[in-house]
Design a binder for this molecule. Structure first.
Ligand SMILES: Cc1cc2nc3c(=O)[nH]c(=O)nc-3n(C[C@H](O)[C@H](O)[C@H](O)COP(=O)(O)OP(=O)(O)OC[C@H]3O[C@@H](n4cnc5c(N)ncnc54)[C@H](O)[C@@H]3O)c2cc1C
Length: 471
């Protein structure tokens, strides 16, 4: 039988942002698609709640839209009225040094003027174009930044970015995979500064309209986005699914059997997409007859490198505005590990987007734990509040007890891209070529940010098509 988009079927395991976006992009191409989600609600780690007039994000709090493709996709969802852009002040970020909350420099010239860095560190940045390019296949973020820019810029710059995006450890994260653009600048221009200048000249010469990234959310929080994707998927989305068996038919299709609530279902699909976190792959009930080259798919998935997902607590605290001395006129404050504080940082949620706190109140979203202090994330809520308030009191001049507290513990939050992550990606690639019709895509492949997840899902949906249509 000739495969055309209308009789080509795709099954997707997991209805986080990756699974939902892939499914809707396929549906819009006319490809029939089913999504199976284990939990009773779609959206994965995206969770927005309203409590006592505070709009709380338990997981991601904002999306930095990085490409025109993601921007166009979001535009096509008919959510303009609910979309909110980050306030103007959000471009300002604060960083703590010697217990002072200082504005981070945005660009090279402000970096040379800021009191954040010593004269020696600034001179070191000027030497960057003359540092020799690495010939290694990969390197840790820590080693890369120390080598090119010096340790001060690592401790009081990049390590905070690492903490803000990955809640990670710069000595273990891969520069090549966690910050591929930075790695590529060194690879192609032997210098970050020379590379950045060359790229901006090239853009000007070619008159390429550079997409200006923008930070967004929705009036009722980021969950608005996944609710819209789920709504548009309609009956293609199944929640509360317990998959019982996944096998292969003699024609090479995937046959799935499971329960969705009380209902038993069976389905056959041409392509199967796994989007769930690495640590949940072992739950997938692939039959022992799903084999290739003498190895079962279950064994193949188990053999893929484990990924670290460090624990993280998000703690949203509300305070009366007059109880806070700091103007909170920015995105938030990052706290370098060298400062030996309890929290990793704090996002000034109510300064970032409207309606995050009731009138006269402010909301701060604090992060605790991560790869550097994993044990802290699991502390009892009362201790988290107490120790967080101590940091906020000393750094932001906050007085009294919080008027609002919302805590969420993430035992496994964000996947880390370690040095040598290429091997993990190669393992996925090898499995996909040994098991035709298998695709693995989630926040461990191509970036963990929401914008990365959408971009990668759209790319996958582009590639997923019947073999006959591809030729
Ligand atoms: C605390 C936190 C804060 C973050 N902050 C930001 C931020 O501010 N900005 C940003 O851009 N990014 C942020 N991120 C990262 C971003 O939110 C995630 O990388 C992204 O949402 C992941 O989407 P996903 O679909 O790949 O995975 P997930 O959201 O993990 O979705 C996977 C889905 O698979 C389902 N599943 C699991 N097992 C099965 C099974 N057996 N069968 C069927 N389904 C299954 C799960 O229930 C889940 O719904 C944050 C992440 C966390 C945890």
């Amino acid at each position: 039988m000739e495969l055309s988009p209308s009789n080509y079927q795709v099954g997707i395991l997991g209805a986080g942002l990756t699974g939902l976006t892939t499914a809707l992009a396929l549906k819009r191409k006319g490809v029939s698609c089913k999504v199976w989600e284990q939990s009773s609600r779609p959206g994965g780690v995206i969770r927005s709640k309203v409590e006592q007039g505070f709009l709380v994000e338990e997981g991601p709090n904002s999306m930095l839209v990085k490409t025109a493709r993601v921007n166009d996709w979001l535009g096509s969802l008919d959510l303009e009225k609910q979309l909110v852009s980050a306030s103007e002040t959000a471009s300002k970020r604060f960083l703590v040094r010697d217990d002072q909350v200082l504005a981070m420099p945005a660009g090279l010239v402000p970096a040379l003027r800021t009191p954040l860095y010593s004269a020696r560190a600034k001179l070191r940045i000027l030497k960057e174009p003359f540092v020799r390019k690495s010939t290694e296949a990969d390197e840790s973020v820590g080693s890369f930044v120390r080598r090119r820019l010096g340790h001060e810029f690592l401790d009081y710059g990049i390590s905070c970015l690492v903490s803000g995006i990955y809640a990670g450890d710069p000595e273990r994260l891969s520069i090549r995979h966690a910050f591929p653009k930075v790695w590529n600048l060194e690879q192609s221009h032997a210098s970050l500064i020379r590379g950045a200048i060359a790229l901006s000249r090239q853009r000007r010469r070619q008159k390429l309209p550079a997409f200006k990234s923008k930070m967004i959310s929705y009036d009722d929080g980021l969950e608005v986005l996944v609710k819209r994707l789920a709504r548009d998927l309609g009956s293609s989305l199944n929640t509360s699914v317990a998959m019982e068996q996944i096998g292969r038919t003699s024609e090479g299709k995937w046959r799935l059997r499971g329960r969705s609530g009380a209902e038993v279902f069976e389905s056959e699909v041409d392509a199967l997409v796994i989007t769930m976190p690495r640590h949940q792959w072992d739950q997938l009930p692939f039959g022992s007859n799903v084999t290739a080259d003498g190895q079962s798919l279950s064994a193949g998935l188990r053999a893929v490198d484990e990924l670290e997902y460090p624990p993280l607590s998000t703690l949203v605290l509300g305070f009366p505005r007059e109880a806070v001395d700091h103007a909170l006129d920015g995105f938030g404050m990052l706290i370098p590990a060298a400062e030996k504080r309890f929290i990793l940082g704090s996002i000034f949620s109510s300064s970032l987007f409207p309606h995050r706190a009731p009138d006269g109140q402010v909301a701060l979203m604090n992060f605790i734990g991560g790869a550097l202090q994993p044990e802290r994330a699991a502390l009892p809520e009362a201790e988290l509040v107490d120790r967080t308030c101590r940091d906020l009191r000393e750094l932001l001049g906050i007085r009294g007890q919080p008027s609002f507290v919302h805590h969420r513990f993430w035992p496994r939050a964000i996947p880390q891209y370690p040095v040598g992550h290429q091997e993990f990606l190669d393992q996925l690639g090898r499995l996909e070529s040994r098991f035709p019709g298998l695709h693995i895509q989630g926040n461990y492949r191509g970036g963990p940010g929401l914008s990365d997840c959408i971009d990668n899902a759209l790319e996958l949906a582009e590639q997923l098509q019947p073999a006959s249509a591809a030729t």
